[in-house]
Each structure stands twice: as structure tokens, then as C-alpha cells.
Design a protein around this ligand. Structure first.
Ligand SMILES: Nc1nc2c(ncn2[C@@H]2O[C@H](COP(=O)(O)OP(=O)(O)OP(=O)(O)O)[C@@H](O)[C@H]2O)c(=O)[nH]1
Ligand SMILES: [Zn+2]
Length: 244
């Protein structure tokens, strides 16, 4: 069966899908529409999902035949309008997204989950409030706390169910964030391997990345010499200020 027919079958199957849900919030997800999506990063299909937890359209960007597959290279990306769309250099989001899409686009198969969890789940306006506090000297964790949020408000139950809905048996997760692996595993996803997803820092996001390593326990090595191999990867955004 072709990949398109397989995915269309999943849409049919999910029309009346209901289950006891993932995690304490009993999160249930349906795959609602699939279409082809040729992109500058490769050939993809895009799948839209409904869920019973938030009002957001979460998305899977799929390359190759992933239904029923094991060890599927997977990137779980959190929406970042400032980075993804505007090309902000305050974070590493766009570099990570573009690199994930082009790497996966060149593999046999893989998937990028584009989760609408702007600002680590606090939303766009609040992220900009957090940026304003960072402009006054707070770090990214302190800014979230000052606004009355946890440093990270994301929950990956929707993402876990999305992978389940796609029939993906196990994943190789592209991340430096141990919490993503812990949570997905808790929600029943088999993360058979972690693939480091580091890109070279620029002058604007270096402190932000250091904070992720120092305060949020991300696997990013700044002090250790030699640096992790991945940090010497060629720069993705040509002409990026401060790029080494
Ligand atoms: N609250 C807040 N969110 C931010 C800030 N900078 C980037 N983000 C958001 O952080 C999310 C990306 O998460 P990161 O913490 O950068 O990285 P990660 O996805 O947890 O980890 P990796 O998988 O290793 O990339 C996106 O939703 C961004 O909008 C910030 O200063 N404050
Ligand atoms: Zn960002």
C-alpha cells in the first residue's frame, strides 16, 4: 500500500477514535487530514491533528514510510514564531527546525512534530514579556518564574499520542533536552536512541544556550574541551552575526 493510502486510512480510522487517553489528563488525539507537502528541505507529507486538551492544530511533517516503522528519526519541535518565522537570533529554534527538516528530508524516513507550544508553553505574548525581563538582565528561567510560570510549561502527552496514532513503534529522538525523553517514555513512547541536535551558538543566543545547559540540564557542553563534535557543524544560516 502506498504511504498516501496508509495515511488516508488512518484519517478514516480516527473519525470516531476515542480512547482512555494518555497521562493523567487523558489526552486523546485524532489525525484529521493529510496532504502532500513538497518543501525546500525535501519531500514531505503534512498531517494535522485534533486533540481534546487544547484548541491547537498540532502538525506532523512526515518523510517516507513511517507507519508501522521502528527507530524512526524524530524531531519534536516547539513553535517559536520569533525564531521560526522572523529569524530571531535570541534562540536556536529556527536553526534546529531547518536542520531537522533537511536532515530528515535526506533520510529514508522520519518525522518532525511541530507542536504549538510557543514559548515553552506560556504563549507568545508571555514569551515577549519574558524577553523584556531578559533585556533587563534576568535569565530565561528567572524571567519565566518572575511571570508566575514554571521554567517549562510543556507537556508532551499530545505528541506521544500523535506518534501512537501514526503507528510509530519506536523513535530516535533529535534533542538535547532530557525532559523530552523522560516525558515521552512515561507516556509510553519507546525512545530507542537520542540524536544530539546542537548547532553553533551566535553572539545573541550564547547566554540563552548556556542557561539551558546550566539551569535546565540540557546536554550542551560549553566548558569541556574539545567541544562536542556537533557544535562544529557548519553554520546553517549564512551570514549569521557572530557565527564562528
Ligand atoms: N519562555 C521562554 N520560551 C522561550 C525562550 N526562548 C525560546 N523559547 C521557546 O522555547 C521553545 C524551544 O525550546 P528550547 O528550550 O529552546 O529547546 P527544547 O526544544 O526544550 O530542547 P531541544 O530538543 O534540545 O531543542 C520554543 O517554544 C521557543 O519559543 C525564552 O526566553 N523564554
Ligand atoms: Zn525560538
Amino acid at each position: 500500500m502506498s504511504m498516501d493510502s496508509k495515511l488516508n486510512e488512518l484519517v478514516e480510522r480516527d473519525r470516531d477514535h476515542e480512547c482512555k487517553g494518555f497521562g493523567p489528563d487523558q489526552v486523546c488525539v485524532r489525525i484529521v487530514a493529510v496532504a502532500k507537502l513538497p518543501s525546500r528541505f525535501g519531500d514531505f507529507r503534512i498531517a494535522a491533528f485534533w486533540n481534546n486538551r487544547d484548541q491547537k492544530d498540532h502538525i506532523a511533517i512526515i518523510h517516507g514510510d513511517v507507519v508501522g516503522a521502528e527507530d524512526v528519526p524524530t524531531r519534536m519541535h516547539s513553535e517559536c514564531l520569533t525564531g521560526d518565522v522572523v529569524g530571531s537570533l535570541r534562540c536556536d529554534c529556527r536553526d534546529q527546525l531547518e536542520t531537522a527538516l533537511s536532515r530528515i528530508g535526506q533520510l529514508e524516513r522520519g518525522v518532525v512534530l511541530y507542536m504549538r507550544q510557543e514559548g515553552r508553553g506560556i504563549g507568545l505574548a508571555n514569551k515577549i514579556r519574558a524577553y523584556a525581563l531578559q533585556d533587563q538582565g534576568l535569565d530565561t528561567v528567572e524571567a519565566n518564574l518572575a511571570l508566575g510560570f514554571r521554567d517549562d510549561e510543556r507537556d508532551y502527552a499530545v505528541a506521544a499520542h500523535m506518534l501512537h496514532s501514526l503507528g510509530i513503534g519506536s523513535i530516535h529522538l533529535m534533542t538535547n533536552n532530557p525532559t523530552k525523553i523522560e516525558q515521552l517514555t512515561r507516556y509510553g513512547v519507546n525512545v530507542s536512541r537520542r540524536l544530539p541536535h546542537l548547532l553553533p551558538p551566535n553572539v545573541h543566543n550564547r547566554f540563552y544556550l548556556e542557561t539551558k545547559a546550566r539551569r535546565s540540564g540540557h546536554y550542551i557542553d560549553f566548558s569541556g574541551t574539545p567541544h562536542l563534535q556537533e557544535q562544529s557543524d557548519p553554520v546553517i544560516v549564512e551570514g549569521m552575526p557572530g557565527a564562528e
